[in-house]
Design a protein around this ligand. Structure first.
Ligand SMILES: [Ca+2]
Ligand SMILES: [Ca+2]
Length: 191
């Protein structure tokens, strides 16, 4: 009898320990999966996948484990005014077995608008957590929905000058270089 009682207590303790492990993300543990800037382009689906913009975060619980199946309705990505084309986007679906929530390329196949910090942020609504996005970038620099020589001018100014990263770091690796020029070119010439 005593053995069963101990087993029951152990089971109860195990279920208590297991319950919060996949229940709630922790703000200080959850993070934006690099690249951390947000990118948008009216040609996002017309360029090869390597040049497309997508965005994802990892939800991590208090034990360092993934938060699986967290509802899409609980999380938003906000690009606020005065950034061009402000928008609030939920992820495409609940978090996957790795705790990852994704905003796929189709969500960023829109007019752009480069925007500097604090440019955008992710909100994990139930826990009041805000993850800051360093900047929003786009080959459609001015956000008018078409990629033109005027956008090239804005990119070029950042490329030959001191930045800012929002205008020059089109591939979102944190520096402005030839890879970004290649990125601009891909989106510029896309059909
Ligand atoms: Ca433009
Ligand atoms: Ca870059």
């Amino acid at each position: 009898m005593r053995r069963y009682a101990i087993a029951a207590i152990l089971l109860a303790l195990l279920s208590l320990a297991a319950e919060p492990a996949s229940a709630q993300p922790v703000c200080g543990m959850s993070f934006i999966i690099p690249p951390t800037p947000v990118g948008r382009s009216p040609k996002n689906l017309e360029v090869p996948v390597a040049f497309q913009y997508a965005f994802s975060i990892a939800l991590v619980d208090a034990f360092g484990g993934p938060v699986v199946g967290y509802p899409a309705a609980f999380v938003t990505l906000t690009i606020p005014a005065p950034c061009a084309n402000p928008v609030v986007l939920p992820p495409a679906g609940p978090s996957d077995p790795f705790g990852v929530m994704t905003w796929p390329a189709a969500m960023f196949d829109t007019p752009g608008g480069a925007c500097v910090a604090p440019a955008a942020f992710v909100t994990i609504i139930p826990i009041g957590c805000v993850l800051a996005v360093p900047y929003v970038t786009s080959p459609d620099e001015d956000g008018n929905g078409i990629i033109t020589l005027s956008d090239l001018g804005s990119f070029q100014a950042a490329f030959v000058g001191p930045g800012p990263l929002a205008n020059g770091d089109l591939n979102r690796d944190g520096v402005i270089g030839l890879a970004d020029l290649g990125f601009f070119q891909r989106h510029f010439v896309a059909p």
